[in-house]
Design a protein around this ligand. Sequence first.
Ligand SMILES: CSC[C@H]1O[C@H](OP(=O)(O)O)[C@H](O)[C@@H]1O
Length: 352
Amino acid sequence: MSFTNTIIPRSVEWKETYIRLLDQQKLPAVTEYIKLESVRDVWEAIKALKVRGAPAIGITAAFGLALAAKQYETENLDEFHSQLTRDHDYLASSRPTAVNLFWALGRLVKSVQGAVSVNEAKTNLLHEAIQIQVEDEATCRRIGENALPLFKDGDSVMTICNAGSIATARYGTALAPFYLAKEKNIHLSVYACETRPVLQGARLTTWELMQADVDVTLITDNMAAHTIFSKGISAIIVGADRIAANGDTANKIGTYNLALLAGAFQIPFYVAAPLSTFDPETKSGADIPIEERDSKEITHFGGQQIAPDHVKVFNPAFDVTPHHLIKGIITEKGVLSGDYQSEIQRVFKGEA
Ligand SMILES: CSC[C@H]1O[C@H](OP(=O)(O)O)[C@H](O)[C@@H]1O
């Protein structure tokens, strides 16, 4: 079965007067699409994780800024740029960790530099947003192609959160090799950590992989060590939200745990990410802002209170895996390994 049969729906689509969004908070029970008709709708959708995943956040924010600009009434270019800056900054405030958000918004702002009319600027913004989505789909497929040789037929591989098709334009990053393996009749078994508290693994990764008829088993996060031991997990592959200049990687909370377990069990720990998730301006993991989310994500489960009133809560949405725990960072340009600082510099100089 070819994944290109569009088995998995697109999470984000431009529809001229609105953005059509797959509401990822409703999955897997309900497949519902919502209309984002304003920059506020887009901000709220990103904040509430109705769309999530670094590349998908960047794509949605890009279409959000293009949609906002399309609604400006001014024909004055200075006023246009002033309103664009306001909405750029507003969208950039939706979530702090995934660098794709800022990277995509920055590409759009750059696309209007030199525009001689408001109309030309509006056209450039939309073309750039479309280009970001088109590029990301091709990038993710290449990540899958570069990742697949790292596994062999019959391997069992663990992952966390959802770095799948709906977290990107298509294919995903960490999940991309599983879709390509399916196309090539290579059998890989995936063990998906449920990923408390928002359950992207239980709700989204299993949902995606089952639709593509990829072998997937759901485990709770605290089962990871026993599963690696008892099921002979051969490798771990995860996505990323921001990769610092030295290779330190921010990803969903619980990723660091898996990296430590990979070291203890002496199995490879891979990060799969596009170059758009690298942030050479961030020197190390210590400099990556870690989003902290509402305590209700932890004190409530399925709408039921599961912890006492007024309990203290710490709810970081991400953690940082130090680069020395990462066997390889799989990108569209190939697999980076060893001295990540110089590898990343080499790739960003276009030497790859
Ligand atoms: C392909 S990037 C996916 C990345 O984003 C997720 O975070 P969130 O669901 O909060 O947006 C998680 O860190 C995934 O690895």
